[in-house]
Design a binder for this molecule. Structure first.
Ligand SMILES: Cc1cc2nc3c(=O)[nH]c(=O)nc-3n(C[C@H](O)[C@H](O)[C@H](O)COP(=O)(O)O)c2cc1C
Length: 330
């Protein structure tokens, strides 16, 4: 593992070497092997709790991750949906997380308030991912340990206000007291250096990491990312107030067509955005059906490499950016 270059409140809080987090990716994309590679490279990764065939299958992933990381801290993503029963289902798995040595969670989606007391009791750190400073402030008031503020450019859910990462990265550390992680469009070390310079404590990435060698998704998907110019994503489900940045493919176009007709019943969309199609597409490389989270940072993806090599590249680039700053300072 590359030696530490930075020490921030996030590296201290999570017990990690580099201020680099890799966000949870579903359905079952960020699995134990990928998360372990992130952790072993000195960052923090999150296995997505949702979407496993059974609780036992999820427990197997946790066990494998613990084994592959040799007891280093690793995380789980808890996505709180607005569906009835979502919070209760997540509450029910907290003992399982504790039993398997999960050290922190990345909460996302709807309000995580009811998860905070049981997570605290289990000794698990809570980092809430919010698509905007105002929601991050609410999470701070609720008592989370840190926040991830994710901007418009991100793969996945940018929220409904669509403020860019550059604005939020400058604003969030000014008004938030707990550690701040910047996300959305991040894929280079110069962005890491800039985020730290703006007062943040770490960055979090999703899309850029999809080309990681340790990630199981089909090589054709990785090749598409390597060829990306950053313009191939679109935001769907705005009519449902569930904005979602995904790869522009026939499935996403079909969603936009329904939105153009003013269809607001979720059922009409279910088959188009089903995680089943998406998971199958990641396996086969055939991405016609399904909704593939894909951010503008695809432009930084490049060739397939081990996570540790990606981190090396990032850290070298961050150091070069800091040297450049020295060079322009009078
Ligand atoms: C393929 C993929 C799947 C994702 N799935 C989830 C998820 O299940 N839950 C979640 O909270 N965030 C999910 N995200 C969002 C990431 O955790 C992260 O917030 C986002 O990718 C950051 O923006 P970036 O893609 O520009 O780096 C996903 C992102 C990608 C690229």
């Amino acid at each position: 593992m590359r030696e530490a270059i930075f020490r921030t409140r996030i590296t201290d809080l999570l017990g990690i070497r580099h201020p680099i987090l890799c966000g949870g990716m579903g359905p079952r994309v960020s699995d134990a092997r990928y998360v372990a590679a992130v952790v072993n490279a000195g960052g923090m990764g999150f296995i997505v709790a949702a979407g496993h065939e059974s609780t036992d299958a999820f427990a197997d992933e946790l066990r494998l991750c613990r084994e592959l990381t040799g007891g280093k801290p690793f995380g789980v993503n808890l996505y709180v949906s607005r569906r009835p029963g979502s919070v209760e289902a997540l509450q029910a798995i907290i003992p399982l997380l504790a039993d398997h040595g999960v050290s922190c969670v990345e909460t996302a989606g709807a309000n995580p308030a009811e998860l905070i007391p049981p997570l605290r009791e289990a000794g698990i750190r809570i980092i809430h991912k919010a698509p905007g400073v105002r929601y991050a402030l609410t999470a701070q008031r609720m008592g989370v340990d840190a926040v991830i503020v994710v901007g418009y450019e991100c793969g996945g859910h940018p929220g409904t206000k669509l403020v860019g990462t550059m604005v939020q990265a400058a604003h969030a550390p000014q008004v938030i007291d707990i550690p701040v992680v910047v996300a959305g469009g991040v894929g280079t070390g110069r962005q890491l250096a800039a985020a730290l310079a703006m007062g943040a404590d770490a960055v979090l990435m999703g899309t850029r990491m999809l080309v990681s060698e340790e990630l199981w998704i089909h090589p054709d998907h990785k090749a598409r990312l390597a060829a990306a110019d950053g313009t191939e994503s679109i935001i769907i489900k705005t009519l449902l107030r569930d904005h979602h940045r995904v790869l522009d493919n026939p499935g996403a176009r079909a969603v936009l067509a329904l939105e153009a007709q003013g269809v607001t019943e979720y059922e009409a969309y279910r088959n188009l955005i089903s995680g089943v199609h998406t998971h199958a597409g990641y396996r086969s490389g055939d991405i016609g059906k399904g909704a593939y989270d894909w951010g503008q940072s695809a432009i930084f993806a490049g060739e397939t490499k081990p996570v540790a090599a990606i981190f090396d590249e990032l850290l070298d680039d961050a150091v070069a950016a800091m040297d450049r700053m020295q060079g322009v300072r009078l």
